[in-house]
Design a protein around this ligand. Structure first.
Ligand SMILES: [Zn+2]
Length: 85
């Protein structure tokens, strides 16, 4: 997740401009790594190469998706039961 030091917030790669800047104009990522995470914090450039990794949904996202599916499924069952009552 690209982090903008100046805005003090995270951005999704799709939020950034094609140049890798945040909406306020700060440079937070390299253009050729729009789908890659790279720290561009000053003084940490020596480890930037190792911090590149593919962006992928974190595990708690899928926990949330599963919870929503279960909840909506239950509400669907309730709705059908209400219709048939
Ligand atoms: Zn910014």
């Amino acid at each position: 997740m690209p982090w903008c030091e100046d805005c003090e917030r995270f951005y999704t790669p799709s939020t950034l401009t094609p140049q890798g800047d945040c909406p306020s104009g700060h440079h937070v990522a390299d253009p050729d790594s729009a789908v890659l995470v790279q720290s561009t914090a000053p003084g940490r450039n020596d480890s930037a190469g190792r911090e590149k990794r593919k962006v992928k949904a974190p595990w708690h996202f899928w926990v949330l998706v599963a919870a929503v599916v279960i909840y909506l499924g239950w509400r669907l069952v309730q709705g059908i039961a209400w219709l048939l009552s």
